[in-house]
Design a protein around this ligand. Structure first.
Ligand SMILES: Nc1ncnc2c1ncn2[C@@H]1O[C@H](COP(=O)(O)OP(=O)(O)O)[C@@H](O)[C@H]1O
Ligand SMILES: [Mg+2]
Length: 289
């Protein structure tokens, strides 16, 4: 099972939203990490055949994304998914099932099974407008799974989830990633840290890095520093570099920051975390490039 993305590009007028991205995805969970505007949604929409690339192609086991049969292997949860507030969860699932061409009998069986899976069976007959953000997202995942897709694309699925919902969500995703390709986008570091086997770091339309958490973190090795300075120096450093943490104790200010060169005589190198990495690549004050 292989999803091959070959040098896809999307250009809007004078803006290149996705710039020659190539990826080979197999079974597992992939976390697409990037700030707002990085090109995540544009990339996903092209992978789902909703948006035509300016250049390049997307193929699953040799089937082109533009072919009808590609839709049978795809499940998609858009970023701005429109729920029908007056529908019950169950009727919404039946409705989505009919759009996807399932028979009534299939719709019934699948709806029961999927609402169970996302723990919404108890509220199957309740109107969606009474649901929390997390419940809606779980319903969104359930509808994306109606055709038992081999590729599951989730655009910012954790937006608005509370910590408890996040844990529940993670468990559902890792289960789903056992026998299919799951790609989820987020701008929240802790989401990908725990869910994905592979992290894809996206910036300005390109995939900067891809690999395991350990591999990705290695790319900022030697760029994370801690130092203890007076408040004037702290202020200067804060303007110049992405600061991860700042803590004052009497005269002293402790700083943790990311940069290419040693920011101050007293600075010492410390080992990096994914959060450091995120600030290094996505912070506005970032000095490199
Ligand atoms: N329909 C469009 N027309 C023009 N520019 C667009 C359109 N959609 C997205 N963009 C631009 O493309 C870039 C990537 O957007 P998007 O894919 O939504 O990023 P992300 O999902 O990572 O936030 C942004 O600069 C955005 O403003
Ligand atoms: Mg987006």
């Amino acid at each position: 099972m292989e999803l091959v993305i070959d040098r896809i590009t999307k250009q809007y007028k004078n803006k290149i939203a996705v710039d020659r991205v190539s990826l080979n995805l197999g079974i597992g969970v992939y976390g697409l990490l990037g700030a707002n505007g990085a090109g995540k949604t544009t990339l996903m929409r092209m992978m789902c055949g909703i948006l035509k690339p300016t250049n390049g192609e997307v193929k699953f086991n040799g089937i082109d994304v533009s072919e009808e049969s590609y839709r049978d292997v795809l499940g998609y949860l858009p970023q701005d998914f429109g729920y029908y507030p007056e529908f019950s969860a169950q009727n919404f699932m039946y409705y989505m099932a009919s759009l996807k061409g399932l028979t009534k009998a299939q719709a019934k069986t699948k709806t029961k099974e999927l609402l169970e899976m996302v723990s919404l069976s108890d509220v199957a007959k309740k109107k969606i407008k009474t649901f929390s953000g997390g419940m809606k997202q779980r319903l969104g995942i359930a509808q994306a799974l109606l055709n038992n897709p081999k590729i599951l694309v989730l655009d910012e699925p954790t937006a608005g989830l509370d910590p408890k919902e996040r844990v529940r969500f993670r468990n559902i995703i890792s289960e789903l990633g056992k026998d299919r390709i799951v790609l989820l986008s987020t701008h929240i570091v802790s989401d990908v840290e725990h869910i994905s086997n592979t992290i894809l770091v996206m910036k300005d339309g390109q995939i900067l890095h891809s690999g395991s958490l350990e591999h990705i973190i290695k790319t900022v090795d030697g760029k994370v520093f801690e130092c203890c300075v007076d408040s004037n120096t702290a202020e200067r450093l804060t303007v110049a570099y992405p600061v991860i943490n700042i803590r004052s104790e009497g005269e002293n200010t402790f700083l943790r920051l990311v940069c290419d060169r040693m920011p101050h005589d007293t600075a010492i190198n410390v080992s990096a975390t994914l959060e450091d990495l995120y600030l290094y690549y996505f912070s506005e004050v970032s000095q490199h490039e």
